[in-house]
Design a protein around this ligand. Structure first.
Ligand SMILES: [Zn+2]
Length: 64
């Protein structure tokens, strides 16, 4: 009498959802205030879209 071996169940999540970057909310871009003058002293009313430095434009949470 043969006993069937049960396959070892491995706990593994099938597809982990990619976490969104908390800084740009997954867009890969952030908006920052344009500053003028030496040492970025004065902030202007202008804003510019820049590459998110946290995820480097990927939009993924790379903090973990
Ligand atoms: Zn980001």
């Amino acid at each position: 009498m043969a006993t069937a071996k049960k396959p070892t169940a491995r706990r593994r999540s099938p597809k982990p959802e990619p976490a969104k970057c908390p800084d740009c909310d997954g867009t890969g871009e952030t908006t920052e205030t344009v500053r003028v003058g030496p040492r970025k002293g004065r902030a202007t009313d202008d804003h510019q879209t820049v590459l998110c430095l946290t995820c480097l434009g990927t939009g993924d949470d790379t903090t973990d």
